[in-house]
Design a protein around this ligand. Structure first.
Ligand code: ADP
Ligand code: MG
Length: 696
């Protein structure tokens, strides 16, 4: 009797052990790569390609073009160079001559070669003396009896120990032949046509074994678009759901209210501030909760924008709260508010550490009774047990931290408040569109007028005397300065200049004639306050500190910044620190002492000295480290991309974003028949991470 026919879906779920070329011992290796079924193998995209379209004999090589040769390993030499580096040279004998492959500072590459081994090399050759040379070519070892693959672009898959590239290629190739025809297209046919996307069954074989560069580009476009589109669709639909389910007070910025608020500001707003305020006012005027990210470099004037939003809430008889991540920052904000609101009738309170239980309970009572309009405090304290009478706006100052997903849970009955999140770390646009895709974004690109530029120097140990001499001269002219050391783990205490040590050394040496203060995270709030007050008033001339506590400090007379062990700071952090000294009418001077031990650190420090534009630095940081690192994959909770690359695929992201908006508007539940497969795919991938529930 015949077994019942299997459906395509069942066939695609065939376990890998039943695929051609997979014996029992390989099953385990494939599993290690996350490949369990035939479908997994089909969608195991190459991480790179080896371009063998131009394969040559040695006597046909041309300089500077990507070409490939094959031959046998004849010599292997690993030399160390003076400065701790190494050069690996591998001489390969080919039919009509020799070629030398070299690798700098990659001694581990030595392990890949053995004498007599057959290899393919591809790269751009150069004629060095008598012999052709390729530096850092792509290599591939060939089995004893294996033909050199010819004339094609070959996939390079992620591997695991014990599995060879050619073996995986064979497995994928076999799976493509058997299973491609069973795959279902997610996009309707007209959609593919109108968006110039290749159908799945055409694109899949070409992404694995491209016939030429053009086909590879088309195939890749199809998969990248799909990946970005599905995410953008999920984000668009989530946003619609939230709008449907939530309500917030509608707070219109009438001309009278607007004029009353502006009277409090002692300066003209910048164009960026105006734009942000109009975006925020439009959001808050609607009966849906605002969900907006306000990004702007340190000193771009975000606080004023936040104050506008808070006063808009107060003008309508509601309460607003401003939360900061640290005590020092919360106090800074409280001070700013005091200055701006001292002539207003707005009732203000601070919820910051150091209150007695009695004081605290009085304030809590006033907040609950609606006798306080505006509350400023640290996140921790406010989230504790504060109950509001009529809260309409929550402003969260994240500074350089990204906890956006983790919403504050503030207690109150009735409608939701509006949310405004501020960040001083400029975020690349592609990242806001993906990881923060469900937030609206306002950006302050310009600085308030009259800002002085900051001069940045990267210095080695030998420059110390000169820097301190300059530092003393400026202190003598009445300026103030910071000396920042990295926060170090106990275990590496020995390796880095510790805070106390730095303080002692300076106080008894280079800066002994000046008044120094010390501030760090382990001090109690009252002590910190006293030090900060002394610094603000000028009683302390030089503040020795770690990076964590002091972000957000606003002391315009401080124009000098010394950063110790600069290689230990991230680019965003360095930039934040430099932002401390660009606040007043005097130019700033920032000196970074650093000993970059890795290429990445060197690149970072070079970028830091080359520009003061935070958005430019954010893009560079993104290029050096990639988005995963910048945000920590777990933190945003979305699965990583399989093929899209936010740096490379910006244009496709824009396209996918627009198309997703259009589709979500036309069919918000994706309930039309032709969208059923898209809906299914979207829920499978993002339903859980984005709490989409069922969209139907
Ligand atoms: P951020 O929070 O974005 O780092 P702040 O809001 O603290 O920046 O503003 C930095 C400084 O610039 C403050 O001293 C503030 O009073 C001032 N400032 C803000 N907006 C303007 C403006 N439009 N014109 C002049 N000064 C401004
Ligand atoms: Mg600020």
């Amino acid at each position: 009797m015949d077994a019942p026919q299997k459906s395509p879906a069942e066939l695609l779920a065939t376990p890998v052990q039943f695929l051609q070329g997979v014996g029992p011992h390989r099953v385990e290796l494939l599993r290690r790569l996350g490949l369990f079924t035939a479908r997994d193998v089909l969608f195991c995209f190459p991480r790179d390609y080896q371009d063998l379209t131009d394969q040559r004999e040695i006597d046909q090589l041309e300089e500077g073009r990507l070409q490939s040769v094959h031959g046998m390993v004849e010599e292997i030499e690993l030399r160390s160079t003076g400065s701790g580096g190494s050069v690996l040279g591998v001489l390969v004998r080919c039919n009509t001559g020799h070629l030398r492959a070299i690798w700098f500072n990659q001694p581990f590459m030595r392990e890949k070669f053995s004498f007599g081994q057959r290899v393919m090399l591809s790269g751009k050759p150069r004629h060095e003396g008598l012999v052709w040379q390729m530096s850092h070519p792509r290599i591939e070892t060939l089995a004893e009896d294996e033909q050199a693959p010819a004339g094609k672009i070959f996939p390079v898959y992620p591997l695991t120990e014990g599995l060879q590239q050619w073996q995986l290629r064979k497995i994928v190739c076999g799976a493509l032949e058997t299973y491609t025809k069973l795959l279902d297209e997610v996009f309707p046919a007209e959609y593919l046509d109108s968006h110039q996307l290749w159908p799945l069954r055409r694109a899949l074989p070409e992404i694995h074994f491209p016939s030429d560069h053009e086909s590879l580009a088309r195939a890749r476009r199809r998969f990248v678009y799909q990946e970005l589109f599905i995410l953008q669709l999920a984000l668009a639909i989530r946003r619609r759901q939230q709008h449907d389910q939530r309500q917030a007070p509608s707070l219109e910025a009438t001309a009278r209210i607007d004029a009353r608020i502006r009277r409090l500001f002692p300066f003209e707003l910048t164009a960026g501030q105006e734009q942000a305020i109009s975006e925020i006012a439009a959001d808050m005027g609607a009966p849906l909760p605002m969900n907006r990210l306000l990004q702007g470099d340190v000193g771009s004037g975000k606080t004023v924008v936040a104050v506008y939003a808070m006063l808009l809430a107060v003008a309508h008889g509601y309460q607003a709260v401003l939360m900061a991540p640290t005590e020092v920052l919360a106090r800074q904000h409280a001070l700013t508010l005091e200055e701006l609101l001292s002539h207003s009738r707005v009732r203000r309170a601070q919820l910051i550490g150091g209150l007695t239980p009695k004081q605290r309970s009085v304030i809590l009572g006033q907040i609950a009774d609606g006798e306080i309009d505006v509350v400023v405090g640290t996140q921790a304290i406010i989230q504790d047990d504060v109950e509001f009478k009529k809260l309409a706006l929550v402003v969260i100052d994240e500074q350089h931290k990204f906890g956006v997903r983790q919403r504050a849970t503030l207690r109150q009955a009735g409608p939701d408040p509006h949310y405004l999140v501020m960040t001083a770390t400029p975020i690349p646009r592609t990242v806001t569109m993906t990881l923060f895709g469900d937030l609206d974004v306002s950006t302050l690109r310009d600085m308030p007028p009259g800002r002085q530029k900051v001069n940045t120097y990267l210095a080695g140990e030998d420059k110390r005397p000169r820097w301190w001499e300059f530092f003393r001269k400026k202190l003598g002219e009445g300026r103030q300065g910071y000396v920042v050391t990295p926060l170090v783990e106990e275990s590496e205490q020995a390796a880095a200049a510790s805070l106390d040590e730095t303080y002692e050394t300076l106080a008894n040496g280079e800066l002994e004639a000046f008044r120094l203060g010390l501030i760090h995270g382990r001090m109690d709030p009252a002590e910190k306050d006293a030090v900060m007050d002394d610094f603000r008033s000028g009683r302390i001339q030089v503040l020795v500190c770690t990076s964590v506590v002091e972000v957000g400090v606003d002391v315009p007379n401080a124009t000098l910044m010394t950063i110790e062990d600069g290689q230990r700071f991230g680019l965003a952090q360095l930039h934040q620190l430099r932002g401390r000294i660009s606040r007043g009418k005097f130019p700033g001077f920032c000196c970074v002492f650093a000993d970059p031990k890795t290429e990445e650190a060197a690149e970072r420090l070079k970028a830091f000295t080359s520009t003061t534009d935070g958005f430019e630095l954010a893009e560079t940081d993104f290029k050096i480290r990639g988005p995963g690192d910048l945000f920590g994959t777990q933190q945003h909770g979305l699965p990583p991309f399989r093929i899209a690359d936010l740096l490379r695929d910006q244009e496709l992201l824009d396209e996918a974003h627009r198309d997703a908006q259009t589709l979500a508007a036309a069919d918000p539940g994706l309930s039309q028949d032709q969208h059923a497969k898209l809906r299914h795919m979207m829920l499978a991938r993002y339903g859980k991470a984005l709490e989409l529930g069922d969209v139907g």
